[in-house]
Design a binder for this molecule. Structure first.
Ligand code: CO8
Length: 274
């Protein structure tokens, strides 16, 4: 059955029949729901291919203010990579799959509009790593985060060894990855893994609220903020140099003139992304 639902406004195009994720567009916000609730939304190759397709082909970003990723059902955001697909894994397949998922998660992290994980339940293993690849995380009060891979004899292989350290620091990251302790939403908030905690069921609404606020700001400036902040963690980049590049690029835009004029004239800015 094709599970593609698009509440389309503007020019959002259907360009793939998604089987494992549901896309909805409303108020310039796309919500992606990973739709395998019986397997607690585990990331099989189908889900990964569809996320890859969306994030690497969604070029018409002028039509959107942001993207939300969440999980179907009441229990899980994503409970990890699909463990049932591990049998028959060779070194070559593991290398190929790991690299592919790194690329997908980088395309989320480098997406030019805010991407927010609405964590509505278990976010484990590759699911916690997916949430961490997003720019922010809104956790429901039933959310549980963890990196249980060493229980299976592997490590977090979808970027978790790097992004968990970036978000919560080395000592706590090592502890969570080595003990496999599952933490609740309030602990995730305290550690800096979650941006907000809301009652279960209100995760997507809160994420929408954040995106709507960001949507009132200059889209060009927002995407340069993403680029500069990501440069901090890119060993091949110099974040300070990127900041100067982005700042000077923005300084000659129409939107900069408009933003300054709107301030002086005490009115809302009318952004044109020019
Ligand atoms: N993969 C496949 N199926 C899963 C997964 C998963 N990760 N998690 C849950 N399921 C399935 C269960 O098999 C079960 O299906 P069925 O009813 O057909 O048996 C269904 O979801 C419900 O799960 P449970 O019955 O286990 O529900 P419980 O409430 O008892 O437990 C838990 C919930 C605690 C979330 C439990 O399901 C669990 O521990 N799941 C596994 C969590 C995990 O270990 N995740 C990490 C996976 S490894 C990973 O993500 C590594 C990424 C890098 C890989 C690099 C490869 C190249």
């Amino acid at each position: 059955m094709i599970q593609l639902f698009i509440i389309a406004k503007n020019n959002f195009k259907k360009n793939m029949d998604y089987q494992n994720i549901i896309l909805e567009k409303e108020d310039r916000i796309i919500t992606i729901t990973i739709n395998r609730p019986k397997a607690l939304n585990a990331l099989n190759q189908g889900v990964l291919n569809e996320l890859e397709h969306f994030f690497q082909n969604e070029s018409d970003i002028s039509q959107i203010d942001g993207v939300i990723i969440t999980g179907a059902g009441e229990r899980a955001f994503v409970a990890g990579a699909d463990i049932k697909e591990f049998s028959g894994l060779t070194k070559e397949i593991a290398t190929e799959r790991g690299s592919k998922v790194h690329d997908i998660y980088f395309s989320i992290e480098n997406f030019q509009r805010p991407v927010i994980a609405a964590v509505n339940g278990f976010a484990l293993g590759g699911g916690c790593e997916l949430a961490m690849a997003c720019h922010m995380r809104v956790a429901g009060d039933k959310a549980r985060f963890g990196q249980p891979e060493v229980n299976l004899g592997i490590i977090p292989g979808y970027g978790g060894t790097q992004r968990l350290v970036q978000l919560i620091g080395k000592a706590k990251a090592l502890e969570l990855m080595m003990t496999t302790e599952m933490i609740d939403a309030e602990t995730a908030l305290r550690l800096g893994l979650a941006n907000h905690v809301v009652p279960h069921g209100e995760e997507v609404e809160k994420a929408k609220e954040l995106i709507k606020t960001i949507g009132t700001k200059s889209p060009l400036a927002v995407s340069e903020v993403i680029k500069c902040v990501n440069s901090y963690f890119d060993k091949n980049a110099n974040g300070y140099t990127q900041e100067i590049t982005s700042f000077s690029k923005l300084s000659i835009t129409e939107d900069f003139k408009e933003g300054a004029a709107a301030f002086v004239e005490k009115r809302k800015a009318n952004w044109k992304s020019e």
